[in-house]
Design a protein around this ligand. Structure first.
Ligand SMILES: NC(=O)c1ccc[n+]([C@@H]2O[C@H](COP(=O)([O-])OP(=O)(O)OC[C@H]3O[C@@H](n4cnc5c(N)ncnc54)[C@H](OP(=O)(O)O)[C@@H]3O)[C@@H](O)[C@H]2O)c1
Length: 283
């Protein structure tokens, strides 16, 4: 299944995330693609991601006939604050130069001349957009205009920040990528802005941030009724309420299971019940 961004570019409806895979990144990316994932998420941020090992996997996949155009590659610009000791750009350069150097390094790592999606890993502050964010966003817009990025987006963004960005950006984001807590109505405020602005909402930590929901007897009962697992119920729930989910599974069987999450439908009552568990966990 694919979704269509507001600039008419298609994006696969489930994404494989490569954070925290360390030296196993290349093997797991190959396994994920061979299992059926078409979209890969990474970042040029050495403390959490091995982008160059994603690139190694792409070279191996190419040898097996999986061409660049068959895959959707998403990577991110991470500011100096989010980097460790090693930055993939000159940390003393101005922000526009940092973004240009970061994407050029990403393109080299990934052996390509464009990425399907380029995401600002997070604004410089939690509640507002500062001048630094606007400078970085302009540099990201430039990548979109020159074709190095086919769509652009922002991650770890609050509702206020997203509202500001949509109001003032020359090019508004096509994607948002946020951690999704059931106790926050599954990031309801941000998702509503995305819906209104035709932005694709990518949700991460759907399982890890919501272990109590996944383990809830009601979710288990829905899974049993449908002959599936609790993880798939959560991923299907995410899709049916309008999200594009990410999974970072390291397990071949789980990769297959996660991809089968679109093979069944939850009822309106199931959706309501799962939403209610999140809200009650908040009380
Ligand atoms: N923008 C950001 O700041 C940011 C931050 C964090 C993450 N991300 C992105 O989002 C991706 C996913 O991160 P995440 O936090 O959602 O996932 P994650 O931390 O990689 O964890 C997924 C967890 O779910 C389990 N799991 C997956 N499928 C399962 C199944 N069918 N049955 C049972 N357990 C299952 C996995 O266990 P097994 O390994 O045993 O399957 C793992 O413990 C990352 O790799 C990264 O690309 C972005």
């Amino acid at each position: 299944m694919t979704l269509i961004a507001h600039n008419q570019i298609p994006i696969p409806s489930f994404m494989y995330g490569t954070a925290w895979k360390k030296d196993d990144t290349a093997r797991l990316v190959q396994l994920a693609v061979e299992s059926g994932f078409k979209a890969i998420d990474t970042a040029n941020q050495l403390i959490h991601y091995q982008e160059s090992l994603v690139g190694d996997a792409l070279l191996e996949l190419k040898k097996k006939g999986v061409l660049r155009d068959a895959l959707f590659l998403q990577t991110k610009f991470t500011s100096v604050d989010g980097q460790g000791k090693q930055t993939p750009y000159d940390a003393t350069a101005d922000l526009t130069t940092q973004v240009r150097q970061s994407i050029d390094s990403s393109l080299k790592h990934l052996h390509t001349d464009y990425v399907d999606s380029y995401v600002l890993h997070g604004p410089y502050s939690r509640y507002e957009l500062k001048s630094a964010d606007w400078e970085v966003w302009s540099a990201i817009e430039e990548l979109y205009n020159t074709g190095k990025a086919r769509m652009i987006g922002i991650s770890n963004v609050s509702a206020d920040q997203l509202t500001q960005l949509c109001a003032k950006a020359t090019t508004k984001p096509m994607v948002v990528q946020n951690r999704c807590y059931a106790v926050m109505g599954w990031d309801q405020e941000v998702r509503e802005i995305c819906r209104a602005q035709a932005i694709i909402y990518q949700g991460f930590s759907l399982l890890t941030a919501n272990a109590a929901v996944t383990a809830d007897p009601a979710v288990r009962a829905i899974a049993k009724r449908l002959g599936t697992g609790a993880a798939q119920v959560i991923f299907r729930f995410a899709m049916q309420i309008g999200m594009l989910p990410l999974t970072g599974t390291t397990n071949a069987q789980h990769m297959k299971e996660d991809l089968q999450s679109d093979q069944f439908d939850l009822t309106a009552e199931d959706l309501h019940q799962i939403e209610a568990i999140g809200i009650s966990a908040h009380r």
